[in-house]
Write a protein that binds this ligand. Structure first.
Ligand code: PEP
Length: 250
């Protein structure tokens, strides 16, 4: 049986406290109404909002996650946030290896793996992001490249309860462009197969698609085999758009 879908909103560096609270309250009101969407719903606000939003997310029936963590549990790392701090703030999930972290902060696969392992050690679910650049897609080797990236980024000891994979083609993030349904299907099948050699319960690991998911394309993308949800950036800042994507799960 396919895993229950997960719709995750990555707010990135957006929204102040009142705006974040209003968005969580609005999502909570939607979640309380019928029909319920066939998915779990997660929001990943900036660090500064986690403490304030944790109780509201609890009341709303939303899971809370962060957008990054440090690989060390504590220490002299000015400006960073450790995974146990995120758990302490009420997070259940943390995104690691987002392409903006990889490209803007120079994070390589080894760093992503270390962060994912720190997340697991803190009891968090690690959302490990992978994806090819446009040049890599054009080279015809996207699947090979992304599978290698995944295998090098996977935390030791992961299981379906502690790991989510997010396939996010770099060229689709924030651009309004998406891969074809066939390209998504092929990549997700390749990732599922790769997980089979690395994780005991690979069939139950959720593999999200991310990159310009909008209300207009969500149903089509979410219907693809091995797509177990979506990681949503821009559209997660709008209650109407994010909720419409959640409802696209059925
Ligand atoms: C993201 O940043 O994870 C993302 C998928 O962004 P967008 O939906 O805006 O393309």
């Amino acid at each position: 049986m396919a895993p229950r879908k997960l719709i995750a909103g990555n707010w990135k560096m957006n929204l102040l406290k009142a705006e974040g609270e209003a968005l969580v309250r609005a999502l909570g009101a939607s979640l309380a109404s019928e029909p319920k969407p066939a998915c779990d719903v997660l929001v990943c606000p900036p660090f500064t909002l986690l403490g304030a939003l944790a109780p509201l997310c609890g009341e709303a029936g939303l899971a809370l996650g962060a957008q990054d963590c440090h690989a060390a549990p504590s220490g002299a790392f000015t400006g960073n946030v450790a995974a146990p701090m995120l758990a302490d703030a009420g997070c259940a999930y943390v995104i690691v290896g987002h392409s903006e972290r990889r490209s803007l902060h120079g994070e390589d696969n080894a760093t992503v793996k270390a962060k994912a392992e720190a997340a697991l050690a803190a009891g968090l679910v690690a959302i490990v992001c992978v994806g090819e650049t446009e040049a890599e897609r054009d080279s015809g080797k996207a699947e090979e490249i992304v599978v290698a990236q995944l295998l090098k980024s996977l935390p030791e000891g992961a299981s379906a309860g502690s790991l989510v994979v997010a396939y996010e083609p770099v060229w689709a993030i924030g651009t309004g462009r998406t891969p074809t349904v066939a390209q998504v299907a092929d990549m997700h099948a390749a990732l599922r197969k790769a997980l089979g050699g690395a994780v005991a319960d690979a069939a139950a690991v959720r593999i999200l698609y991310g990159g310009s998911v909008k209300p207009g394309n969500a149903a089509e993308l979410l219907a693809v085999a091995n797509v177990d949800g979506a990681l949503v950036g821009g559209a997660s800042l709008s209650h109407g758009d994010f909720w419409a994507i959640c409802q696209s799960c059925g």
